[in-house]
Design a protein around this ligand. Sequence first.
Ligand code: C5P
Length: 227
Amino acid sequence: MKYEVVLPAAGSGSRMGAGMNKLFLQLNGTSILVHTLRVFEADDKCTGIWLAVKDAEREQIEQLIREAGIQKVKGLPTGGAERQHSVRSCLVQMEPTDLVMVHDAARPFILQDTIDRLAEVALEKGAAIAGVRVKDTMKIVREGIIEETVDRDMLWSIQTPQAFRYDVLKEASDVADKVGFLGTDEAMLVENIGYDVHIVESSYENVKMTTKEDLLFGEAILKSREQ
Ligand code: C5P
């Protein structure tokens, strides 16, 4: 079994407030992007890495890839206005393969064990995504007033990677493109064409670097892994 990974890296990172693409920010002296690339470079099942990038950042990203000695990158197509469009820009350039994993370039702490389990389930069932159980009490709030307290046992916080058999994700993306369906993750596109998407329990360490506090958590994770 083999897979290719799509890393959408064309976001603006406005919630980070860094004044640049957050993927260039460093954790322990290495950019977030390179931390993420190294995970897939080291996984023998991964046979290709695709990065959706902004045109203005392509050169800088190519330089990071060269300096880090990342060998598996197959292409850096131009990303789109929404994450979904960025992912599609890679999908349409890719040759058919067993599996495609879509992983936020901003999630550098994904564990190999989670990738392995996702690959296994996606190969057998077609679609599998990483997630963790929510920790807090969850309520639906309308105009500042609690409408309902939701049964927490049924709620998951969804992460990436999201793993799919190539043909399943390609069909889902083609349909979404044709009818103008917009999802906040790839699983939504696959749900939209009627497939069951399976959940694989991931780790709370697989956090997306989104705001400044996430960087503090990220530094702490790296430190704990060094010990
Ligand atoms: O903004 P957010 O953190 O949710 O983005 C998740 C990932 O998707 C990031 O790695 C970001 O670079 C990428 N992205 C993209 N194209 C967009 C928006 C986000 O590739 N239009």
